[in-house]
Ligand binder design. Structure first.
Ligand code: HEC
Length: 95
């Protein structure tokens, strides 16, 4: 393999990794809203009995957003739900 090919492959790899990463905006939203002032990461991993679907996760996030007067648009709440799902919950279906 020539050096050119290798460079091309490495660039391609970086592009792919970048596209599949969590949305940086969602992470920023989450950090700025100080959700972790009440929560610890363990909250999001150990209570699968209650929040056992993406839909319920979305409802929980919405409830906390409303209760804490966090000013997110619906799509931002959804983005953060997806962020939490990728990081902690791993629900495959969006039901
Ligand atoms: C003032 C404290 C407080 C803040 C701030 C807060 N939450 Fe919550 N959150 C709670 C409480 C209380 C519950 C209910 C816990 C329970 O029923 O087990 C909860 C539950 C949740 C759950 C469900 C957890 C599970 O798996 O059972 C999610 C997800 C969640 N909050 C997300 C968020 C997000 C996102 C934010 C930031 C916008 C946020 N919370 C900010 C208090 C807070």
């Amino acid at each position: 393999m020539s050096l050119h090919h290798l460079t091309f492959l490495i660039i391609l790899l970086f592009i792919t990794l970048n596209l599949s990463a969590n949305s940086p905006e969602a992470k920023e939203l989450f950090n700025k809203a100080e959700c972790m002032s009440c929560h610890e990461s363990i909250d999001f991993s150990h209570k699968k009995d209650k929040v056992n679907s993406f839909k319920k996760l979305h409802t929980s996030v919405e409830a906390c957003v409303i209760n804490n007067e966090v000013e997110w648009f619906d799509d931002e709440t959804l983005d953060v739900t997806e962020y939490l799902n990728k990081k902690y919950y791993f629900f495959k279906s969006k039901e």
